[in-house]
Write a protein that binds this ligand. Structure first.
Ligand SMILES: Nc1ncnc2c1ncn2[C@@H]1O[C@H](COP(=O)(O)OP(=O)(O)OP(=O)(O)O)[C@@H](O)[C@H]1O
Length: 477
């Protein structure tokens, strides 16, 4: 099975500071567009291979077309996609995602985000008339292990939830319905302006938080009222440099330590996923907010591209080497992406809307108020028996498992209802055909045996209907 993570490396041009220190010396020697030789601090040469290497002169458009465009096209077909930029502070992560600024429209300079938004609206415009598309935008940042809503700063501690239908979700996050590219860029601009910015010795404007942009593409098929969604998650990680090198103190030191903790959690997840014993291994997604949010992307419910951003200068060789090693490891993550709701489809009204989520939340809150310790224990046992929860050690974990069970039940009931609706439609059609047959026979002289064959067809149809009804009732029970 090939990897579901496309790993690319991008070397930015040398900065004037780097040129002042080392002239135009670089620590890489290009072999081709997939491999290069890297010279480490001690002068040792190491060869690296990736899906694609973008050298200093590479254009924003080429990075986008190779690593992001296929994922965007899949997202329009309800296959989730994730794009992550990784690298030390100042390595070009934000430049790659946003360009010099999010409002940049110059074809050469504009970032991945502007291109993604343009492509999504183009796809929607050119889609056929059988589908209604709509799109939503959310933006959050993870700062000091808290998820903050960048489109509503009053929501400064968004909880991460998981349900079997929609996967990892940010509970109560602001979702703006976006109508065109200009509107979307304006919202992105608002969100970006809200990012927590810290100052460090390494870079006077370095971002100390992980930024996450979420675009949800909703497809509604007019004929059957089917709904499919594709989620595109774009992650601009905070700098991955070592704390000592930043010269940070006080609050900035604390920020740097938290960033390092979440990035090591990410490295641990990648290591666990690429461990040869893979299957039996515990994957520590819950060790940080970052890994929890990326659980779908790395755990298989998504196509993903990892862009490892590096400086080509020898003065940043240790940090670049660490980034390259991370990328080299991620290349071995193997898990096929899935299409959302492609098999059993979900009626529009059955789709779990925010209103329904709220309803679920209210029911859960009531349960929490009313449950006695004994009931909690019983529920725990039930969840263990169901194989949902193994060692429940917190009420949150229990809540999550309960929600999980609720959503599984809802989706199996939805599936049963869908099957019944299909059966009903088919029976209606058959009924029409039979009625037409009877009418024709009444008009013509009746052939011997015709009535018997009509009765036979009716009783066969009734038999099919009865067995479908039984299977539906069994599912309800
Ligand atoms: N491919 C590139 N072409 C031209 N300039 C670039 C390129 N990549 C980065 N730069 C410039 O290098 C500087 C640092 O880049 P950027 O801010 O994107 O780094 P970063 O990795 O996002 O850092 P941080 O982690 O601090 O956010 C910026 O001035 C940016 O304009």
């Amino acid at each position: 099975m090939s990897s579901n993570v496309t790993v690319c490396v991008r070397f930015r041009p040398l900065t004037s500071k780097e040129i002042a220190e080392h002239g135009d010396e670089v620590c890489i020697r290009c072999l081709d567009d997939k491999s290069f030789v890297f010279k480490d601090e001690r002068g040792e040469e190491l060869t690296f291979n990736f899906d694609k290497v973008f050298y200093s002169e590479s254009e924003q458009a080429s990075v986008y077309e190779f690593s992001v465009l296929p994922i965007v096209r899949d997202a329009v077909n309800a296959i989730n996609g994730t794009i992550i930029t990784y690298g030390q502070t100042g390595a070009g992560k934000t430049y790659t995602i946003e360009g010099p600024n999010i409002k940049e429209s110059d074809e050469l300079k504009k970032g991945l985000l502007q291109r993604v938004v343009g492509e999504l609206f183009e796809c929607m415009k050119s889609s056929d008339e059988t589908v209604n598309y709509s799109m939503k935008l959310s933006m959050v940042e993870i700062y000091m292990e808290k998820v903050r809503d960048l489109l509503d700063l009053t929501k400064d501690n968004i909880q991460i939830k998981e349900n079997k239908v929609q996967g990892i979700m940010l509970s109560g996050v602001t979702e703006i319905t976006i109508v065109d590219a200009v509107d979307t860029i304006q919202w992105l601009h608002t969100g970006i302006a809200n990012r927590a910015i810290g100052e460090t010795y390494m870079n006077m404007a370095s971002s100390r938080s992980h930024s996450i942009y979420i675009l949800t593409i909703i497809q509604e098929f007019k004929a059957h009222k089917r709904v499919r969604t594709g989620k595109l998650v774009i992650v601009d990680l905070a700098g991955s440099e070592k704390v000592e090198k930043t010269g940070a103190e006080g609050k900035v030191l604390e920020e740097a330590k938290t960033i390092n903790k979440s990035l090591s959690a990410l490295a641990n997840v990648v290591n666990a996923l690429t461990n040869p014993q893979g299957k039996t291994n515990h994957i520590p997604f819950r060790d940080s907010k970052l890994t929890r949010i990326l659980q779908d992307a790395l755990g298989g419910n998504s196509r993903a591209a990892l862009l490892c951003c590096c400086s080509p200068s020898p003065c940043n060789a240790p940090e670049s080497l660490s980034t390259l090693r991370f990328g080299a490891r991620a290349k071995y993550i193997k898990a096929p992406p899935r299409c959302n709701f492609d098999e059993g489809f979900i009626q529009k009204n059955g789709f779990i809307s925010p209103a329904k989520q709220d309803q679920c939340e209210r029911v859960l809150n009531k349960l929490r108020e009313k449950l006695e310790d004994e009931d909690v224990k019983l529920l725990e046992e039930l969840f263990i028996l169901e194989g949902i929860l193994f060692e429940p050690d917190s009420i949150e974990e229990l809540d999550e498992a309960f929600e999980d069970l609720t959503s599984r039940t809802i989706s199996s009931l939805q599936k049963a209802v869908e099957e019944l609706v299909i059966a009903n439609d088919e029976l209606k059609k058959e009924n029409q055909v039979l009625r037409a047959g009877v009418a024709t026979l009444e008009m013509l002289a009746l052939e011997p045996g015709a009535i018997e064959s009509i009765i036979g067809a009716i009783s066969r149809t009734l038999g099919v209907f009865r067995s479908m009804a039984f299977s539906f009732i069994r599912k309800l029970i």
